[in-house]
Design a protein around this ligand. Structure first.
Ligand SMILES: [Zn+2]
Length: 187
């Protein structure tokens, strides 16, 4: 079955949506729940996917394109034409695994910055898909990390807020021209 939101996995010269960067206040607003999954939402999903593929990303949250909705698109295999992307609407993490895991993250809203973040390894997440159907999945490894990273965006949290190595954080942000005071440490 092909997904109703399927788009070609390729780079467009002019992606439909504009990605906003660290320091922009739209990234800090908590996103609102989507009451009804209709064609306008599915159109937005398509445009977010096209924008994500164009930017070489594997995940994109609506606040990154200045849309204040609880909507995430993910594709851990952007170069595989045979797999469908994952669409999470109003996602909620219902269970965390006990183990923590350290891994390098990047973000389309903070280009060029890659730093280690500690997160729970495994999660269970409930959400609605692009057809408005309730779903629940278990994830670990890369998928778990991408979901947690993107869900942070829905609460106005950026991955740099979770970086514990202050020295590396300051250095990397400066190197890429981002203001260090745009970070809002989570603890
Ligand atoms: Zn991000």
């Amino acid at each position: 079955m092909t997904s109703v939101v399927a788009v070609e996995k390729k780079k467009l010269d002019k992606p439909p949506l504009e990605i906003h960067y660290l320091g922009d206040r739209v990234l800090r607003q908590p996103a609102k729940r989507i009451a009804k999954v209709d064609d306008s939402i599915r159109q937005l999903v398509k445009e977010m996917l096209q924008t994500m593929y164009s930017a070489d990303g594997i995940g994109l949250a609506a606040p990154q394109v200045a849309i204040n909705k609880q909507l995430i698109v993910i594709d851990c295999e952007p170069n595989n034409p045979d797999t469908s992307p994952l669409v999470l609407i109003n996602p909620k993490i219902v269970k965390y695994g006990n183990e923590l895991c350290n891994s390098e993250e990047g973000c389309l809203s903070i280009p060029g910055v890659y730093l280690e973040v500690t997160r729970p390894d495994a999660i269970e997440v409930s959400f609605k898909d692009e057809n408005g159907r309730p779903r629940k999945i278990k994830a670990n490894g890369l998928l778990s990390r991408v979901i947690q990273h993107e869900m942070d965006h829905l609460s106005g949290v950026m991955f740099v807020d979770r970086v514990e190595n202050d020295l590396a954080l300051t250095e990397e942000l400066k190197k890429q021209g981002f203001a260090v005071n745009a970070v809002r440490p989570v603890k």
